[in-house]
Design a protein around this ligand. Structure first.
Ligand SMILES: [Zn+2]
Length: 152
């Protein structure tokens, strides 16, 4: 088989498969080759070289370039919202291991900060004003949003 790149009078491009170049010429003369788009029988070969199928299958195609989208997708395997979820999850596990001092949190945090009591991780509740005051004193306070399962 031999394949030709063809185009019709309306500039539609298509492929035609023929037993031989002579068969193509014969079919063309008889008006047997019609454009699959518009049906025009005024068909011409494009000047590009035809390739001949030898029966060993399709010639090896060059390796397809790696799609850029796939690379980007792999690089961003961790979505931003997943990062946030991981950090929150770590904060929650830290908080679970800390001593719950409840509403005495600001007081205990100050005592630890000023060396009045044993240094340890504590958790508890504090008002927004308390947290701001602690931060101003240089005491690190991390607000930990409740886990979703805690809110149900
Ligand atoms: Zn056409």
């Amino acid at each position: 088989m031999i394949v030709f790149d063809l185009h019709c009078a309306n500039a539609h491009r298509f492929e035609g498969w023929f037993a031989s170049a002579a068969a193509f010429e014969t079919q063309l003369e008889r008006g047997l080759i019609a454009c699959p788009v518009c049906g025009a029988t005024e068909v011409h070969r494009l000047p590009s070289a035809p390739y001949v199928q030898t029966g060993h299958g399709v010639p090896d195609a060059p390796p397809a370039p790696t799609p850029v989208g796939a690379l980007v997708g792999n690089t961003l395997a961790v979505q931003p919202h997943e990062m946030v979820a991981r950090v929150l999850s770590q904060l929650r596990s830290l908080a679970r291991g800390a001593e719950d001092v409840g509403e005495r949190l600001p007081e205990e945090a100050r005592r630890i900060h000023y060396g009045e009591t044993e240094a340890r991780d504590i958790r508890g509740s504090a008002s927004r004003d308390d947290v701001e005051a602690l931060l101003e004193e240089g005491i690190l306070v991390l607000p930990v949003p409740p886990a979703e399962e805690d809110m149900h």
